[in-house]
Structure formats: C-alpha cells, structure tokens
Design a protein around this ligand. Structure first.
Ligand SMILES: Nc1ncnc2c1ncn2[C@@H]1O[C@H](COP(=O)(O)OP(=O)(O)OP(=O)(O)O)[C@@H](O)[C@H]1O
Ligand SMILES: [Mg+2]
Length: 331
C-alpha cells in the first residue's frame, strides 16, 4: 500500500476534554490511515473514544494535538472557509436517526437542507429533482416526500440521515454506530444499503461500532480501540481468525455464534474500563488483562507491526488461529 492510495491519514491524534475531575484523555495518540474506497471498522467498548476520534477526523471538534490529511491536504491547518469547502467531501451519519433529525422539518426539507446551506441548486425544480434522486438512492419511496420523521420507522429515518450525508456528493463518510439504534432486520437492510452505495460510488467509510459482528460484515480493515488508543489493527479476516491482542480475543470470544461447540472458551473480562481521567501508568488494558506480567503495569506498549499489515500494542502479542470464529466468511 503506497501513501498516495490513502485518502485519509492521521498521526498521533490526541483529544483532551476538560472535565470536573481533571483532563480527560478521550483520544490518546491515534495514528491510522484509510485507503480510498475502503472501509475501516473502528470497534471498542462504550467510552473508549470512537465517536471523538471520528469527529476529530472531520473537524467537527478540534484535536488537542496531532495531524491529519485528507487527499494530501493538511486538514488541521485549513481556515474555517477552506474547511467549509472540504467538509462537502467529508460527511457523518449519526447513531440515533431520531434525535439527529429536526422533527419540525419534512423529509424533503431535511434532505434539501445541506443543498440549501451550500447553495448547490440552480432553481427549486433542480432542488426537487435532486431530493427525489437522493430519496431513490437511499430507498425512500417518493410518496414520503412530505412526511415528518415521527411518522417513519427507525430504518426510514436513518435513510434520511444517509441521504443528507450523500447530498453534497462526499468522498469520505464517518458512520457513527449507524445501525445500533435499529431492529435487527432493519439493521441488515441499512448495512446492505451502505454496502451498495460504497460499491457504486467508491465511498470511503470509517464505520464505528461497539459490535464486532456488525463491523465484520462491512470492513476491509478493523481497528480495535481501548481507552483512547488503537490496540490492534489488521485486515478483517486476520482480526477474526488470528487476533493477537488479548482485548481483541476477549471481544471476539463474546460474539454469539449459531453453531454450538464451534467456539473456543469465552473470555470474561474482570473489572471496569479505567477512567480516561486517571490513565494507568503502563498498558491501559493491564488492569483487566488475563495474560499480563509485571512489565505491563510499568511500560505502555506501542502499536508495533506484528506482521505485514497487522499492528498490535501488547508486550505479549501472540497469534492464535481459527479459535474464535470458524472461518472468516461474511455470509
Ligand atoms: N464534549 C465532551 N466533554 C467531556 N467529555 C467528553 C465529551 N465527549 C466525550 N467525552 C468523554 O470522552 C470519552 C470518549 O467518549 P466517546 O463518546 O468518544 O466514546 P465512544 O467510544 O464513542 O462511546 P459510545 O460507544 O458510548 O458511543 C468518554 O469518557 C466521554 O465521557
Ligand atoms: Mg460513540
């Protein structure tokens, strides 16, 4: 993979929030890259910093330090007006399709809003045509044009959120838990829609989820995040068949699988995630790790290439094959 194929590259991103308890290290030194047309799945438990990282990468919130480039352009040095132009290429779909949509606007108004704000349309007929085409693209029936969000189910509401993200013809989309608030069968419909859109238009996605089974279906590569850091990153097949970080192994061992006896032993993590206000001195995972040693509480492991395309942050990274899921087929 050459540098030039990466549409997005981030280096040592940190985001510190100021909380009552003190500085809260939500993102603590993340470096990653995403190839054009690929999907990077970002997984980890609640509060590990996934949404903060996604928002920093498209500058919805400002990073405390670090750098990021999009299509070779240094994102963090852009002025507000330059960033406004750049943001057309970088969009986000939020988790909750109800609270993220203004309940007073109709489907047509909601989808037209980004077109109006960015003065994209030459006439009202042009706008109506674009809104209808976006509705077709995301599978919303045209008869719903004048409906309001509360009249629609969660799946249709999320389709509106996706249409709004597509309205400005973006290249990169942060999907922040786009199906977590939906029923399981509607989740599958939205995942299929996102996959079709990517196939047809070569969008690049950062797909955020706390659910390993969901990212498995959509990702080319998967980054596992813990306490503000990426602890393992590799192709989806490597993550699912030969994970090397104990935390990834624990997450995988918790996935429900339909075949009784097909799974290895379930790894139950003891204790809670440490507070991002008082970070442990060594490895952030060591207080809960089932294979820690004395060195782990003293020296934080850096994210190091374990084999080509597979990096792990663990002093005792160990590859184990085929134990957690039988086969990596995405059926
Ligand atoms: N605006 C903010 N001010 C202060 N703290 C914040 C803010 N936004 C997020 N945090 C804190 O930063 C940490 C990371 O939060 P973030 O929302 O990024 O996690 P997440 O991995 O997306 O979690 P979830 O799976 O629950 O969405 C959490 O401890 C959270 O409480
Ligand atoms: Mg989140």
């Amino acid at each position: 993979m050459t540098e030039s194929e990466n549409i997005l590259a981030a280096d040592d991103i940190k985001k510190v929030f100021h909380s009552k308890q003190g500085p809260l290290h939500a993102v603590d030194g993340v470096s990653l890259s995403i190839k054009k047309g690929n999907t990077l799945g970002l997984v980890g438990e609640s509060g590990c910093g996934k949404s903060t990282l996604g928002r920093v990468l498209i500058r919805l919130i400002e990073a405390t330090s670090g750098s990021a480039s999009f299509d070779g352009v240094d994102l963090f040095s852009l002025s507000d007006s330059e960033m406004k132009k750049m943001r057309k290429k970088m969009q986000i779909v939020f988790q909750d399709p109800f609270s993220s949509l203004n309940p007073r606007l109709s489907v047509a108004d909601l989808i037209a809003e980004p077109l109006i704000v960015n003065r994209i349309c030459a006439s009202s007929a042009d706008m109506t045509g674009r809104v209808f085409r976006l509705m077709d693209t995301v599978g919303l029936a045209r008869r719903l044009y004048r409906s309001f969000p509360h009249e629609l189910d969660g799946g249709r509401r999320q389709r509106i959120g996706i249409a709004r993200a597509l309205a400005l013809d973006p290249e990169f989309i942060v999907l922040d838990e786009p199906v977590s608030a939906l029923d399981v069968c509607i989740q599958a419909q939205i995942l299929n829609l996102l996959a079709d859109l990517k196939r047809n238009s070569r969008y690049t996605y950062l797909f955020i989820s706390h659910n390993m089974s969901v990212v498995r279906h959509v990702s080319d590569r998967i980054a596992v995040m813990y306490l503000g850091k990426i602890v393992e990153i590799a192709g989806y097949d490597v993550i699912f068949t030969a994970p090397a970080h104990p935390y990834t192994k624990a997450l995988l061992s918790a996935i429900p699988i339909p075949k009784p006896g097909a799974r290895g032993k379930r790894i139950v993590l003891e204790g809670d995630v440490p507070s991002p206000v008082n970070l442990p001195s060594g490895c952030g995972f060591s207080p809960r790790c089932f294979c820690k040693s004395e060195v782990c509480s003293r020296i934080p492991p850096s994210l190091t290439e374990f084999e080509p395309g597979h990096s792990v942050a663990c002093h005792f990274a160990k590859k184990e094959g085929g134990e957690y899921l039988n086969g990596a087929d995405r059926t």
